[in-house]
Design a protein around this ligand. Structure first.
Ligand SMILES: Cc1cc2nc3c(=O)[nH]c(=O)nc-3n(C[C@H](O)[C@H](O)[C@H](O)COP(=O)(O)OP(=O)(O)OC[C@H]3O[C@@H](n4cnc5c(N)ncnc54)[C@H](O)[C@@H]3O)c2cc1C
Length: 293
């Protein structure tokens, strides 16, 4: 029997405010906010939204998102553990559900003596979000370890993408499907104690240079080719520049941090000030790294 959209009312929160679901703690309401409890229910919900012509957005950990103060129309489906949170390891292959927190996939891999992901310690959010945006940093990006992804398209059809259909570039991937159901990664065997030590060192360095305890959405701007967005902003003397409750972090100039009472409009105004100052001084147009809804 096919489902109707009303069959999902028990997992629906109408007009749910998105701010608490994001790391930067900003944003208005989602018209329909769904928290599915199983993979089957998730896929069936996507199919029903398609049949009812309801636009769908996927929310992972909310660590790379800036939601407008007016919120969003249509459906927001939360995909994070316990939904799609399974992680299984067989020899050098790790298979993780798209809702598994990246931190859990990293620690499980390290515990099992598999190298590669320890470089990604300290990156919040889910592995689904990480793979779509090829999350990473100075020690490497997740894409180099991903061998295939199982995805759902906007019609609710499940496909596996690998090889030429799956490419990664700086904070970007070729995945244009609606949602990542699972990710298969191939890692290299190594000593788990050595990996844990390396992970700890990277974590200490990150904690010393990034405002990890503040409300933020990570780096706001992409690094222009061969340049550091943070360094350009700092050289414009913009550290600590504030608009309303939004401020350029004094610890890392590519982070906008917010206080209670801040609005998305404050962040947007701050972003525009930074973009025009950097453009004026260096002739460089800073592009956003965060996703805007
Ligand atoms: C303190 C802090 C530090 C950070 N450090 C780093 C860093 O070092 N390197 C780095 O690259 N990033 C960093 N980030 C940004 C962020 O953590 C990553 O981009 C992360 O991978 C986003 O995952 P998420 O689940 O939170 O995605 P969300 O913020 O929920 O969503 C981001 C985008 O991914 C999509 N998405 C989420 N889940 C899925 C899914 N299952 N299937 C399909 N699409 C999906 C959403 O629709 C949206 O378009 C940092 C952020 C913070 C707050």
């Amino acid at each position: 029997m096919t489902n109707s959209i009303d069959d999902f009312n028990d997992i629906l929160s109408p007009d749910e405010t998105l701010a608490p679901h994001t790391w930067i703690k900003l944003g208005g309401a989602a018209e329909r906010f769904y928290v599915p409890t199983s993979r089957e229910q998730l896929i069936s919900l996507v199919q029903c939204c398609a049949a009812s012509e309801i636009p769908v957005r996927i929310l992972g950990g909310g660590s790379n998102l800036l939601v407008g103060d007016a919120g969003v129309q249509g459906a927001v489906i939360q995909v994070r553990e316990p939904l799609l949170g399974d992680i299984s390891i067989d020899a050098e292959t790790v298979v993780a559900g798209g809702g598994a927190l990246l931190s859990h996939v990293v620690s499980e891999s390290v515990r099992n003596g598999l190298a590669g992901l320890e470089n990604l310690v300290g990156i919040p959010g889910t592995i689904g979000g990480a793979v779509v945006g090829n999350a990473g940093g100075r020690h490497g990006d997740i894409g180099e370890f991903v061998t295939s992804v199982e995805v759902v398209n906007h019609r609710g059809e499940v496909t596996v993408r690998s090889g030429d259909e799956l490419t990664f570039s700086y904070r970007n991937s070729s995945i244009s499907d609606l949602l990542v159901l699972s990710v298969t990664l191939t890692l290299k065997p190594d000593d788990s104690d050595d990996l844990a030590t390396r992970m700890k060192k990277i974590w200490i360095m990150k904690r010393a240079t990034q405002p990890l305890a503040d409300q933020s959405a990570g780096c706001i701007f992409r690094n222009p080719r061969g340049l550091s967005a943070g360094a350009l902003i700092e050289q414009c003397g913009l550290k600590d520049l504030a608009v309303g409750g939004a401020r350029i972090s004094d610890r890392h100039a590519n982070f906008v941090v917010t206080e209670s009472g801040a609005t998305c409009a404050d962040v947007t105004a701050l972003i525009e000030k930074v973009q025009s100052a950097v453009n004026e001084k260096f002739g460089v147009e800073l592009e956003l790294e965060i996703t805007r809804w």
